[in-house]
Design a protein around this ligand. Structure first.
Ligand code: NDP
Ligand code: GDR
Length: 334
């Protein structure tokens, strides 16, 4: 049976990827970092927490990473752990560089020492295109990172390529555009909207406060992206792939669609300067033709369906909560 190691298994993608790989028959090991309160709600939500072998490891601690390799002895590593919130990277630039940038080298270096045959996946980001001029971005588009997060991801991207070319490691960069789901963290804009709109529709809250409404993003559905992530390690040669929907919508459009679905007035929408970033990326739209051609991957869920499934799920959760039910979930404990 194939053994796999996922870093960041407690995050959105880690949880969906673990579920996907378990269905494929893999033995799944996942790293989590020790916190004062555990963060396993996504694994509980997907009902897979007892099927995964958890290993305590921190991306800042190389020794713990080597130990994770010894325990899991994997054929594939999916490196998803990161300080992944762009806004926080402006407040914590050094920490973000350390975890999101240097962290990738820490793992690649342990792979060199432990077993060069392990296949490695790096979760690179469309944020690396940042404020570049191209309206649609693909694997050849020049990078113009516009945040400490994006610069850290770009550093990790180049290191991944270097380990591939210099040491012959099967190392893949997935250039992932935004992908969302009901398991998305509450601070990201789509989930912030779906959660707040759900609360407003049930009379628990009155307003939705956001920052830049004009920013446009290419939003896909996360479970489809983890399949693409897996596919990119199943081909003969390692390469880099954009995964996206090739459609772009503004934050305002997301709010309008969410309000329509929840049947509430758009007047709940307010802006607050505290949600603005020192520098923002205005427009991202990804051309995924290479992934389609080489991996047979393409996105299925359309923008309006994505908004609907997120809003519907958050309404459902709040309704259950109002009925006194316990459920694995990140919002109920506020
Ligand atoms: P999340 O923020 O949901 O998950 C991040 C994971 O990294 C969590 O498991 C978190 O643990 C873990 N982590 C953070 N810091 C450390 C650390 N120091 N040591 C060990 N683990 C740590 O991100 P997503 O699942 O959305 O994204 C997965 C990856 O893909 C990330 O690298 C992200 O940057 C990248 N990406 C995501 C995109 C998206 O749209 N979702 C698009 C492009 C790239 P904990 O639960 O303890 O916080
Ligand atoms: P992003 O996601 O920065 O694209 O990074 P996020 O949802 O945080 O922001 C998207 C856009 O929405 C604007 N925005 C707001 N954002 C947040 N979080 N909160 C608000 O109140 C708000 N109001 C407007 C932002 O300014 C931005 O323009 C995500 C992460 O998953 C990264 O890890 C990943 O690499 C990229 O997607 C691709």
């Amino acid at each position: 049976m194939k053994r796999v190691l996922i870093t960041g298994i407690t995050g959105q993608d880690g949880a969906y990827l673990a579920q996907f790989l378990l269905k494929k028959g893999y033995t799944v090991f996942g790293t989590y970092r020790r916190q004062s309160s555990g963060n396993f709600w996504r694994l509980h939500y997907l009902n897979i927490s007892d099927k995964i072998k958890l290993i305590s490891a921190d991306i800042l601690d190389s020794t713990s990473l080597y130990r994770a390799l010894e325990i899991s002895n994997p054929t594939e590593i999916y490196h998803l752990a990161a300080q992944s919130f762009v806004a926080a990277s402006f407040d914590q630039p050094l920490y973000t560089s350390d975890v999101t940038g240097l962290g990738t080298v820490r793992i690649l270096d342990q792979i060199l020492k432990f077993n060069k045959k392990i296949k490695f996946y790096q979760a690179s980001s469309s944020e690396m295109f940042g404020s570049g001029k191209s309206l649609v971005q693909n694997e050849s588009t020049p990078f113009m990172p516009s945040s400490p997060y994006a610069i850290s991801k770009l550093y990790a991207y180049w290191q991944t390529k270097l380990y591939r070319e210099a040491y012959g490691i099967f190392a893949v960069n997935g250039i992932l555009f935004n992908h969302e789901s009901p398991l998305r963290g509450l601070e990201f804009v789509t989930r912030k909207i779906s959660n707040q709109v759900a609360k407003i529709s049930l009379g628990i809250s009155k307003k939705l406060e956001l920052g830049n409404l004009l920013a446009k993003r290419d939003w896909g559905y996360a479970p489809e992206y983890v399949e693409g992530i897996w596919k990119s390690l199943q081909v003969k040669n390692s390469d880099d792939y954009v995964m996206a929907t090739n459609e772009s919508h503004s934050v305002k459009e997301f709010v309008e669609e969410a309000c329509k679905i929840a049947n509430i007035s758009i007047k709940c929408l307010k802006t607050n300067k505290k949600n603005l970033r020192p520098f923002d990326v205005n427009h991202l739209q990804g051309d995924y033709s290479k992934a389609k051609k080489k991996l047979g991957w393409k996105p299925k869920t359309k923008f309006t369906d994505l908004v609907k499934l997120m809003v519907d799920e958050d309404i459902h959760r709040w309704e259950q909560r109002l009925n006194g039910k316990y459920l694995p979930w990140d919002a109920g404990n506020f």
